[in-house]
Design a protein around this ligand. Structure first.
Ligand code: ADP
Length: 605
């Protein structure tokens, strides 16, 4: 990273620390200042006491110096104890916010970013780096360390500067100290740079390895995979892969530690030589009689402290520069823009419910892909209509739904609601007109009522009625706590486990509870048994009432009652019409799909 960029990141980090928790940053600096300065009080006054005793000064003077030492140290320590308690309260608030900030950012992101594997990897990586202390923890640590080191360097310099001005100490002694300091400093900087670069490479590697290792562990440990692991004796395969990876990681880590130790050794030796040299120079100067007895102790302590803190400050700066590589990545996650157009129009509430939706020459490509998932889609449907979308896997059906409910914006063309581009509507308002059940829906481990209502508070009767409509009634009757039963074991150990089909019914009930004018169902019965599937289809018109329904299904028999059927193939709409009209075209895709399935179902075409 270039120096100018280093300073850019540092400036941003400084602004960030002040904006996120100004109080914590100020307390941190104050506490570092006070803990550092307190050590110099006895050094300064001890020299005064010794010189006063040697000069046979009045005893009151000596008592005054002693009283000042004790009093100042006491006052500083007392203040620092108070600041430390304030600091720790401010710190826990700050770390709580930090934890939340990842989730908050995820919620603000466009869905496309959430689905983007690069973004997932970036979030995983910065979280992992933060857990190992990088990013904010080190940033605050560096601020605290640097504040302490600058205080000590300033105090040591103030108490040492007279040494360099002493005419009785030969210039070569003074130069020897400065040269020794400079050489040690430079070597230490070089060594730290090398080892930090080594750590960074290892960290990047460990993120990749950890992602894979955690996958292996989750296969082994997750009860859902337990059957496959046992039946196919996958334990050796998955476990062996994990152990091999872990061994590789451990060996690389060990090698890394050896290399770092090899750099640390000469640094430690050079530091020792420097300290020894400083002692030697000061003793020689004292022997030549150029320094008072009290000052010898002061100069020895202060020059040592100066050397030590110059070295540590250099190390802190180097570490801060190193942390900047991590911070740059950290900020890049929080900088990911939400490029979805943010409209502000309210969705018109029409008494005549005369809404219509139109796809006008819509094409769409997923981010970072070359091929179009949808191409030149032209389609118009009115509220109250039942629209079925059929087609082979990968033909673009789910993508069509994703565009309709604005999880993505079209790459080309536009989607209109009552003649207005849907991008112009306020996003939340627009979303409120859709109830969607995706194939890969998620139900969280909350109370059944909370899940159906998507809220902490819910109308119990309405929840029950939606569950009954979705054919979950008999199962609900068996649940000891009714709509207050917890699902799964995540939140409550006595939570209910449910089958895939039951989960799908609950997802359907959730869509019904939302009571939006549009219901979008992506394979809503895929996990249901044939009886439940039949029940859902036969009751479907009652369930959906006068709502507009867009309905994706592989089972064509279930679509024939819809007003319009749209056939997707390879991202294009290849046919469009009612069941009867589509079947008339004996060479069409619909007829092909219908007859392929008719072999397995006794259907009346
Ligand atoms: P269908 O619902 O008809 O099975 P989809 O709409 O899910 O089909 O997918 C249409 C095409 O888009 C497929 O080629 C699929 O691989 C691709 N696709 C789906 N989701 C993504 C995604 N998140 N990123 C990249 N490509 C995707």
């Amino acid at each position: 990273m270039k120096l100018s960029e280093q300073f850019q990141v540092l400036r941003r980090a400084a602004r960030y620390t002040f904006s996120v928790n100004r109080k914590y940053t100020i307390l941190l600096i104050m506490s570092a200042f006070l803990s550092s300065i307190v050590g110099y009080v006895p050094i300064y006054f001890s020299a005064k006491v010794i010189d006063s005793l040697i000069a046979k000064a009045p005893v009151e003077t000596v008592i005054l110096y002693v009283a000042l030492t004790v009093g100042i140290v006491f006052a500083v320590n007392l203040t620092n104890t108070y600041i430390s308690s304030e600091k720790s309260a401010a710190s826990s608030a700050m770390w709580r916010n930090e934890d939340w900030s990842y989730s908050e950012k995820a919620m603000q992101m466009a869905y496309g970013s959430i689905e983007d594997p690069e973004v997932t990897r970036l979030r995983y990586r910065i979280r992992r780096e933060s857990q190992t202390g990088h990013n904010l923890y080190y940033l605050y640590q560096h601020i605290e360390q640097f504040a302490g080191q600058v205080t000590k360097i300033t105090a040591s310099t103030a108490l040492t500067v007279s040494f360099f001005a002493l005419p009785s100490v030969p210039v070569c002694f003074k130069l020897a100290i400065v040269a020794g300091l400079a050489i040690t400093l430079m070597f230490q900087l070089y060594a730290t740079k090398k080892t930090n670069a080594l750590d960074r490479d290892f960290m990047a590697l460990s993120v990749d390895m950890n992602i894979i290792a955690e996958h292996f562990l989750s296969y082994i440990e997750h009860y859902g995979a337990g059957k496959d692991i046992r039946l196919y004796d996958m334990g050796k395969f998955v476990g062996g892969s994990y152990l091999a990876l872990d061994q590789d990681y451990w060996e690389r880590g060990l090698k890394n530690s050896y290399i770092k130790a090899a750099w640390a050794l000469p640094v430690a030796m050079l530091n020792t030589v420097l300290k020894f040299g400083i002692y030697a120079v000061l003793i020689c100067a004292a022997l030549q009689g150029g320094i008072t007895t009290g000052s010898i102790a002061r100069y020895v302590a202060c020059i040592m402290m100066l050397a030590e803190n110059l070295l540590s400050a250099a190390k802190t700066i180097q570490s801060a520069f190193d942390n900047n590589h991590y911070l740059k990545r950290y900020f890049s996650y929080f900088d990911i823009p939400n490029n979805m157009y943010q409209g502000s129009l309210t969705v018109e509430k029409r008494d005549d419910v005369e809404y219509y939706v139109e796809f006008r020459n819509v094409s769409f490509r997923y981010p970072n892909t070359d091929s179009y998932a949808l191409r030149n889609i032209d389609l118009r449907f009115r509220i109250g209509e039942k629209l079925a979308i059929v087609g082979m896997n990968g033909s673009g059906k789910t993508t069509f739904i994703k565009l309709l409910c604005r999880l993505y914006d079209p790459t080309e063309g536009e989607i209109l609601l009552n003649g207005v581009n849907i991008q112009k509507y306020d996003y939340d308002e627009y979303m409120s007109i859709f109830s969607v059940v995706f194939q890969d829906f998620s139900l969280f481990a909350f109370q059944l009522g909370e899940i159906v209502a998507s809220s902490r508070s819910f109308d119990e009767d309405r929840v029950r009625s939606c569950l009954i409509k979705a054919n979950f009634g008999s199962r609900l009757d068996e649940m000891p706590e009714g709509v207050h039963t917890y699902l799964y074991k995540g939140y409550d150990r006595s939570g209910m486990e449910i089958s895939g089909g039951e989960a799908q019914k609950i997802a359907l009930a959730r869509a019904l509870y939302k009571d939006s004018p549009f219901i979008l169902l992506d394979e809503p019965t895929a996990a249901l048994d044939p009886v439940s599937e039949y029940e859902v289809y036969s009751d479907f018109n009652t369930i959906s009432g006068d709502k507009t329904t867009v309905y994706i299904s592989h089972r064509l028999a279930s679509c024939r009652f819809c007003d319009q059927i749209v056939v997707f193939d390879n991202g294009h709409i290849v046919q469009h019409g009612s069941h009867g009209e589509l079947l008339c075209d004996g060479c069409g895709k619909y007829s092909e799909l219908w007859h392929a399935q008719a072999q397995y179902y006794t259907v009346d075409g």
